[in-house]
Design a protein around this ligand. Structure first.
Ligand SMILES: Nc1ncnc2c1ncn2[C@@H]1O[C@H](COP(=O)(O)OP(=O)(O)OP(=O)(O)O)[C@@H](O)[C@H]1O
Ligand SMILES: [Mg+2]
Length: 234
């Protein structure tokens, strides 16, 4: 198992946001967590990525315990987070954002990875000297995904990469995720767009108010009447 989360509890003050969640991601898989607003999806990703401390529970990545470790440590082990709301550096250019994401790399590897991002997103190459703040929403999302690709690692955690994007761009981002996965990167994907997420993922978990209520192969989840009613508009 590449990533394993067991009986995770997370609170904000007296708000208990995640109530004993367990899930696993195998090497090479794409796994999705779906759930309504406030279900706890971002809290789980941020906790795995070391941005939020858990109250209790076990988080293992490549067999090592990472619960409570710093975000910096977790990235070094090979987990890259694309946070919700993009969080790029608005006062830096596209190129500077990418370069910063790969600060740990030597110059040759850094430029190889940045070229690869420009290959996926030619728009970023055109806009490489433009400040992050002045990019469109979709361009900022491309840059957020691009930053995680430069950082690299074996596992990407993505928090709603489709948010606010036009259908064509959502399609493009999902195609790129499939390609990255074929190149060997394991993906844990949080999405409101359950339809797209279940099409891309091998397996999924359904989260309701901090609890996992359903788990299974994406095909089965997509056919579940409960999932159709709540998340697929069926
Ligand atoms: N910093 C915080 N302080 C207090 N409560 C928080 C904080 N962050 C999240 N919460 C609460 O924790 C719960 C889970 O939030 P979380 O952001 O994980 O949900 P989510 O599933 O990602 O929702 P969305 O789909 O809207 O992004 C919510 O009730 C939210 O109000
Ligand atoms: Mg969220």
């Amino acid at each position: 198992m590449l990533l394993s989360v067991r009986d995770l509890h997370v609170s904000y003050g007296n708000i208990h946001a995640v109530h004993g969640v367990s899930f696993e991601v195998e090497e090479g898989e794409i796994v999705t967590l779906i759930g309504a607003n406030g279900a706890g999806k971002s809290t789980i990703l941020n906790t795995v990525a070391g941005l939020q401390a858990p109250d209790s529970g076990a988080i293992e990545f490549k067999g090592a315990s990472i619960a409570g470790r710093s975000a910096h440590d977790v990235v070094k082990l090979g987990l890259a987070l694309v946070p919700e709301g993009r969080r790029i550096f608005g006062n830096l250019t596209v190129y500077e954002n990418l370069r910063l994401a790969g600060f740990q790399l030597d110059a040759a590897e850094l430029s190889r990875r940045i070229e690869r991002v420009y290959g996926y997103f030619p728009r970023l190459q055109e806009r490489r000297g433009q400040l992050g703040d002045t990019l469109s929403g979709g361009e900022q999302q491309m840059l957020a995904v691009g930053r995680a690709l430069v950082t690299g690692g074996n596992c990407m955690l993505l928090d709603e990469p489709s948010m606010g994007l036009a259908p064509l761009l959502v399609q493009q981002i999902f195609e790129i995720l499939a390609e990255i996965n074929r190149e060997g990167v394991t993906i844990l994907l949080v999405e409101q767009n359950a339809h797209m997420a279940l099409k891309l993922a091998n397996r999924g978990y359904v989260l309701e108010t901090g609890n996992i209520v359903l788990a299974g192969a994406s095909r089965e989840l997509a056919q579940s009447p409960d999932v159709q009613r709540a998340y697929l508009g069926g």
